[in-house]
Write a protein that binds this ligand. Structure first.
Ligand code: GLC
Length: 560
């Protein structure tokens, strides 16, 4: 085997968005006890680990990604005892747990920031990033992810503070050694508590170009520029991550995966080089960013299959000896089926197809809650239905600048993060069995048709297909460690590739179109031996002449 073996390469992860998974006390919001009550579901699915979204104390301006205390549990989600019980019950079932580490910023209600903003002389002032205004305006032209400007005025010190996300998420000053030490101590505390690793929120944004110069790209509708070149992978980010590893986890059998914005393969390789153990894996957003324009995700850009294949393949090779977290969706993205597939009559078949394609790439697959039952986007009709700060600010901006309702609704229905945040529909009863109270955000109105109970009952469901794929990974090291080779890069309908490990060879082929198609058998794959898996009942035994694929069919064929 070309690589060392690691547990985190050989299992499938499941991402839980705690607020929307399962409510246990009728307040309309998911909580830790709700997750505890659903452990059976995770066991049935067969996953080896969960990434638990942020559950620390937070005023919830950005739904928990604005943390006001890193060492206590958000009241609405339960108590530290609940977290410990969840950890124990997961561990008893052989499931590991990742903590969501959010340390590019804190909440503006974090005690550090309350002190920092009170006076320039406060010892905590330098925990954050401050600049005087320029000609009575913001210090530079940076746009934030969620608001027009990335700067907010602070009266007490007559300065602006930097916030790459919402006004309530001030960026920490990572150049201050005291900040780094606080973070490392906190991380060590979570590992002592029995966490099995971290998903690291926007970890490649920790450092910014010294002097914070203006961004050079295109201005957005508010006249600001998104400063990618000044915030992604800036020196000395690698040094800090090595320092973090050394201080917290370099010698531990835990797993770290970093969310990395606008990442290049070169940087991805550096983060995941085993030598210094900066990160074990990265999430690249190359395939996700494909349908956005340079001005940002809201500006839709149509895409074609060869581009998707190209982007995924660039990373399959580009990560080199490093490692990838594989995903179609998460709490920030639209539902995978609505974005990469179809929501019509072939919805279920297509959901299985996307799963086959992802789970056979090289890397560790992450299932985002609801994907395993084939959930789709929501047909939003009013901004009152939305809850996400990003969506609401975008809608307000569109209305303020006259961008047009049509543009706004098309963008929200396609891309709003709320699409992925509607509650898990457990059954077709009131509120889908998610809560006995009023859900914090509406359920997808299709929950009577798309819900867990229905999926569990139907042996042909997306859910049971996912179970098979998850189980296959445990028995087939080729899925974890096999070499990858793309076939037919320009084919507009079929995504086909091979995996190969120690003499074993698989062909994976998926038809991304709604009509059947045939292709001459690819000689590079060798000779077909047996059909290992198809998402179509009537799939025929493979022959050496023609590879036939029904609409949205995906096959795995053993070759020789
Ligand atoms: C990450 C999170 C997202 C959050 C942002 C700021 O992108 O996934 O949900 O809003 O960071 O913390």
């Amino acid at each position: 085997m070309e690589q060392n073996r690691y547990w985190w390469k050989e299992c499938v992860f499941y991402q839980i968005y705690p607020r929307s998974f399962q409510d246990s006390n009728g307040d309309g919001m998911g909580d830790l006890r709700g997750i505890i009550n659903r452990i059976d579901y995770l066991v049935e699915l067969g996953v080896g680990a969960i990434w638990l979204g942020p559950v620390c104390s937070s005023p919830n301006d950005d739904m928990g990604y604005d943390i006001s205390d890193y060492q206590s549990i958000m009241e609405q989600f339960g108590t530290m005892e609940d977290w410990e019980e969840l950890r124990d019950k997961l561990h008893e079932n052989g499931i590991r747990i990742l903590v969501d580490l959010v340390v590019n910023h804190t909440s503006d209600e974090h005690p550090w920031f309350l002190e920092a903003r009170s006076s320039k002389d406060n010892p905590k002032h330098d925990y954050y990033i401050w600049r005087p205004g320029k000609d009575g305006k913001e210090p530079n032209n940076w746009a934030s992810f969620f608001t027009p400007s990335a700067w907010q005025y602070n009266k007490e010190t007559d300065e602006y503070y930097l916030h790459l996300f919402s006004i309530k998420q001030p960026d920490l000053n990572w150049h201050n050694p005291a900040v780094r030490k606080e973070v490392y101590d906190m991380m060590a505390w979570w590992l002592d508590k029995g966490a099995d690793g971290f998903r690291m929120d926007v970890i490649n944004l920790l450092c910014k170009t010294p002097g914070l110069p203006d961004g050079g790209g295109k201005t957005d509708m508010n006249g600001y520029v998104f400063p990618t070149e000044h915030i992604c992978d800036i020196d000395p980010i690698h040094e800090y991550l090595r320092e973090m590893a050394k201080a917290v986890y370099a010698d531990k059998d835990i797993f770290t995966v970093g969310e990395c914005i606008s990442l290049t393969t070169e940087e991805g390789r550096k983060y995941t080089a085993r030598k210094d153990r900066e990160l074990d894996a990265v999430f690249s957003f190359s395939h996700i960013d494909m349908d956005g324009q340079p001005e940002g995700k809201w500006y839709y850009r149509p895409w074609k299959l060869p581009e998707l294949k190209g982007r995924l393949t660039e990373w399959q090779h580009g990560i080199g000896r490093g490692w990838l977290g594989l995903f179609w969706s998460n709490q920030d993205q639209p539902r995978a089926l609505s974005r990469f597939g179809t929501t019509g009559v072939y919805r279920e078949r297509c959901a299985k197809m996307l799963a086959v394609v992802l789970h056979n790439l090289r890397g560790t697959p992450f299932i985002y809650q609801g994907e395993e039952i084939g959930m789709v986007n929501v047909p939003w009709t009013s901004t009152h239905q939305l809850r996400d700060v990003e969506s609401l600010n975008f809608a307000a901006n569109c209305r303020r600048t006259g961008a047009g309702e049509e543009f706004m609704w098309d963008a929200l229905r396609r891309k709003a993060r709320d699409n992925a945040r509607t509650p898990m529909p457990w059954n077709d009863g009131p509120n889908g069995g998610f809560t006995t109270g009023t859900p914090w955000i509406m359920l997808n109105p299709d929950y009577p048709q798309i819900n867990v109970e229905k999926a569990r009952r139907d042996p042909d469901s997306v859910f049971h297909f996912y179970r098979r794929l998850v189980a296959m990974r445990k028995e087939n090291l080729i899925m974890c460690y096999g070499g990858y080779r793309l076939l037919w890069p320009d084919d507009p309908e079929v995504f086909a590739y091979t995996r190969e490990l120690e003499g074993e060879k698989w062909l994976i082929a998926a038809n991304f179109s709604d009509s059947a198609c045939g292709r001459e058998w690819p000689r590079e794959a060798g000779k077909p031996q047996a059909l290992i898996l198809s998402n179509v009942d009537s799939a025929a035994a493979p022959t050496e002449d023609i590879l036939h694929l029904e609409p949205y069919e995906a096959v795995i064929i053993r070759c020789q």
